[in-house]
Design a protein around this ligand. Structure first.
Ligand SMILES: NC(=O)N[C@@H](O)C(=O)O
Length: 198
């Protein structure tokens, strides 16, 4: 399987799969708030609840916390950083991850997504991989295939918000592949990691 290059996460590159919650967004209205002490970025992301289409419509909007071990090592540009063999999706809800305690200049987690294939599973030949930095949160659109959380370099706590009805097939569908997809780091990532680890 041909390696996939991990690219820095931007709304422009990610927009087919969801939204990036980041103060670099220049496509939203920004107002002054909190008596002038804050800039408020309006509507950077939305939470979708489509459980009316699920087997059991009743659901709960839930925050979960992920205390993640680092699963993505820091490697030189061009070397394989991870092999992706598992993707999941949430057919009736968005899912938003927000890292806590990571800085804006350090790569914090990988965002791996894939379009649907004709069999309604993931298109493993068309994975996209992005590097999320420490002050970037993301929302996966409903029904978008994405990898379980993959954190870079150090233990990381993230909040996750999504709707759930407690039925696995409605809440989270998982697919695996016997031919894992290698992901290689990019020069941008290597430079960012090097500067963050100083
Ligand atoms: N996406 C991810 O890391 N995992 C969640 O979907 C989950 O609820 O397990």
């Amino acid at each position: 399987m041909k390696p996939v290059l991990a690219l820095p996460l931007t709304q422009e590159l990610f927009q087919s799969y969801g939204t990036v919650l980041d103060v670099s967004r220049d496509d939203v209205t920004v107002i002054t708030a909190n008596k002038g002490s804050a800039r408020k970025y309006l509507g950077v992301s939305e939470a979708l609840n489509d459980y009316s289409q699920a087997s059991v419509p009743h659901c709960t909007g839930r925050w979960n916390l992920f205390q993640s071990k680092p699963t993505v090592p820091i490697v030189p540009a061009g070397q394989i950083m991870i092999r992706v063999d598992t993707l999941e999706r949430h057919p009736y809800t968005t899912q938003t991850f927000t890292p806590m305690g990571r800085s804006a200049d350090e790569p914090a987690y990988l965002v791996v997504v894939a379009p649907n294939a004709d069999d309604d599973g993931p298109d493993w030949t068309n994975l996209k991989v992005f590097i999320a930095f420490g002050t970037q949160a993301i929302t996966y659109d409903a029904n978008v295939w994405h990898s379980p959380m993959l954190t870079i370099g150090k233990p990381t706590v993230l909040t996750a918000f999504n709707y759930e009805n407690g039925i696995m097939q409605d809440d989270c569908q998982v697919k695996t592949t016997s031919t894992p997809v290698p992901v290689v780091t990019s020069n941008e990532l290597e430079a960012a990691i090097e500067s963050a680890s100083k």
